[in-house]
Design a protein around this ligand. Structure first.
Ligand code: NAD
Length: 332
């Protein structure tokens, strides 16, 4: 019987792993730890390997996997930047990802958080906890339907965000994407540059992938083009944003507030339990402490639908490689 080793497993994954293994008549062994030099020997004897790896894999580990006859790693995430793909190819290991597991989950979260910032959710909660039930100008809000939204990147996630704001809330929606989506052209007005899309928008929501070319795409220069009092949403990748520049624009009043589900220095922190540890990241602590920022631990995707799709698509990819020698989800 085919045997798959599944690592970095979280509790909520187990029910979907069990049901997939039963349906596919596959034996599996799971572990909660990520793959490391210390535990790579556990992979010996398996036909396939699935990871949710956040830390890089060393050459020694790739070499061991090859010596065990492992031909693939099925990563259970869209991002695969943690892998050195050249190194994987050198050891004849096919790396696959799950490019799309529930774009609606992320889109819904981005819209919700944008509205929470516009509606001063954090400040109202703080007041509630103090039993301060007054209405006052500091929490006076705008009606979402009156707002102009700029969607930056209208791929799988951004196009759904655009539809929710346009069709659900009746907002005017502009967008910037070098490859416009013809399906949403009747509800979105595409602009020719990032600056044109941002200027005049009340909400700017970011949905582009992080690459080596767009580090700090949103820096002081870009933020200076924001409409005064606008709201910024990043449910994409932390490295796209210069956090210090964002903070300085919020402090100056140029930007009213932000919803951040990703943070440029999140690696090793999101997700993890830091409750009993000293917080050494003072920048993150500033983001957490502010009422005008809602920060969440890279959780926009985190729904039952997404968890199930990540498991099923990744494990299907392991079987595809075992049965055909490759997978349509390979990234190297
Ligand atoms: P996608 O590839 O379907 O779409 C990305 C779009 O961005 C494409 O249409 C592309 O043309 C466009 N684009 C690329 N560079 C651009 C630029 N400089 N300016 C404007 N547009 C640009 O990707 P997706 O599946 O929609 O994912 C979007 C983002 O969401 C990615 O950063 C991804 O990592 C992130 N994401 C976040 C979570 C979460 O839980 N927070 C989960 C999954 C994905």
């Amino acid at each position: 019987m085919t045997k798959i080793k599944i690592m970095s497993v979280r509790d909520e994954d187990i029910v979907y792993i069990e049901s997939w293994a039963k349906e596919n008549n596959v034996e599996y062994e799971l572990t909660k730890s990520p793959l490391t030099e210390d535990n790579v020997d556990e992979v010996k004897g398996f036909d396939g390997l699935s990871l949710s790896q956040q830390l890089p894999i060393s050459e020694a580990v790739f070499a061991k996997l090859k010596s065990f006859g492992i031909k693939q790693i099925a990563q259970r995430s869209a991002g695969f930047d943690t892998y050195d793909l050249e190194l994987a190819s050198k050891y004849d290991i096919i790396v696959s990802n799950v490019p799309s597991y529930s774009p609606s989950s992320i889109a819904e979260f981005a819209v919700t958080q944008a509205i929470n910032v516009v509606r001063h959710f954090n400040a109202i909660q703080t007041k509630m906890k103090l039993h301060d039930f007054r209405w006052e100008p500091s929490i006076l809000s705008q009606s979402i339907s009156d707002l102009k939204v700029a969607v930056i990147g209208t791929g799988r996630i951004g196009s759904i965000v655009a539809k929710i704001f346009a069709n659900g809330y009746g907002c005017e929606v502009v967008a910037y994407d070098p490859f416009p989506d013809a399906h949403i052209k009747d509800i979105v007005s595409y602009q020719t540059t990032l600056q044109e899309a941002i200027e005049g928008a009340d909400i700017v929501t970011l949905h582009v992938p992080a690459t080596k070319y767009n580090h700090h795409l949103f820096d002081q220069y870009t933020f200076n083009h924001f409409k005064k009092g606008s709201v910024f949403v990043n449910c994409a990748r932390g490295t796209l944003v210069d956090t210090h520049a964002l903070l300085s624009c919020i402090d100056s009043g140029q930007i009213k507030g932000a919803a951040l589900d990703t943070y440029e220095f999140e690696r090793g922190l999101f997700p993890s339990d830091q409750r009993d540890k000293k917080m050494n990241d003072t920048l993150l602590q500033q983001l957490i402490d502010r009422e005008d920022i809602i920060i969440t631990p890279h959780i926009a995707f985190y729904t039952e639908a997404a968890v199930e799709n990540l498991i099923v698509d990744a494990l299907d990819a392991t079987m595809e490689v075992i049965q055909t020698g490759t997978t349509h989800l390979r990234v190297n």
